[in-house]
Design a binder for this molecule. Structure first.
Ligand SMILES: C[S@@+](CC[C@H](N)C(=O)[O-])C[C@H]1O[C@@H](n2cnc3c(N)ncnc32)[C@H](O)[C@@H]1O
Length: 252
């Protein structure tokens, strides 16, 4: 079993060098900030993040749908899918404390019967082929070193005609807004993150992971290469957040 590396706390950039286990860092780091994760989200997005999750859920959930939320964290996208009409939502995450928090919230909302939160990896889903109507993920795929494997798993577990939605902070293309966005992610976000969570590296890792991630058109290409038909790419929050919506074609 891999262990979290000690280097990245001082240098998140080192996580993107070949011999470092980024997945182990990500799992440990999200576990360590789970208690304050929701609060940082609300502050960082000026309260907008829940509306993006509702928007994504509305694109993919049909009444009675079974949905998988990959990298569910504290469960907010899963709850948005329930509100959108899903009858069952499964949330999986590699970080145990995040899964615990999602279960607590599910209990507090009295929706335990229609949710199932468990430990799991988006690149190795514990589900049969063609078993869900929708697959979704919010602010996760940037953290998965083998993203093609995660998308291939999404394809495998989706029924033909099933829908996928991804919310993510993409690498920004050059443009007028980019210098402002970079300043926000490099200088404002890490300070807020450190003060609220007490974690020194989590929110310094964030802008580095964004710089190493795909631009929106590259994620569109990757989805197409996996076999998906991309139906919508929508930019939110001054183009700092992208929502990709896609369908697994029903060829029968
Ligand atoms: C930024 S949080 C997003 C949580 C939630 N989706 C939300 O909307 O707030 C990223 C989450 O993805 C999880 N994660 C990272 N890599 C994963 C993987 N390969 N499989 C499942 N979960 C993963 C992390 O543990 C963390 O809880």
């Amino acid at each position: 079993m891999s262990t979290a590396p000690d280097r990245p706390t001082s240098d998140p950039e080192a996580l993107f060098e070949g011999d470092t286990d980024r997945a182990a860092y990500v799992r440990q780091m999200f576990g360590e900030i789970s208690h304050r994760y929701d609060l940082v989200n609300r502050i960082m997005t000026v309260g907008q993040d829940q509306s993006w999750r509702r928007l994504a859920a509305a694109q993919i959930v049909r009444p009675g749908a079974t949905v998988l939320d990959a990298g569910t964290g504290t469960g907010d996208l899963a709850f948005a899918c329930l509100q959108a009409g899903a009858s069952r939502v499964l949330g999986i995450d590699v970080a145990g404390p995040m899964v615990e928090r999602a279960r607590e919230k599910s209990h507090a909302r009295d929706v335990e019967a229609s949710t199932g939160f468990s430990l799991g990896d988006a690149t190795r889903l514990p589900l049969p082929d063609a078993s869900v109507d929708a697959w979704c993920s919010a602010f996760v795929v940037r953290n998965i070193p083998d993203l093609p494997a995660a998308l291939a798993e999404a394809w495998r577990v989706l029924k033909p005609g099933g829908r996928l939605a991804i919310l993510e902070i993409p690498r920004m293309e050059p443009g007028l807004l980019r210098p402002f966005a970079r300043m926000h992610f490099r200088y404002v976000v890490p300070r807020i993150g450190r003060v609220v969570t007490g974690h020194s590296s989590a929110y310094r890792y964030l802008p580095v992971s964004v710089d190493h991630f795909l631009a929106p058109r590259e994620l569109t290409e990757l989805l197409r290469d996996t076999g998906f038909m991309v139906t919508q790419v929508r930019m939110l929050m001054f183009r700092t957040v992208a929502m990709h919506v896609a369908v697994k074609p029903d060829v029968s």
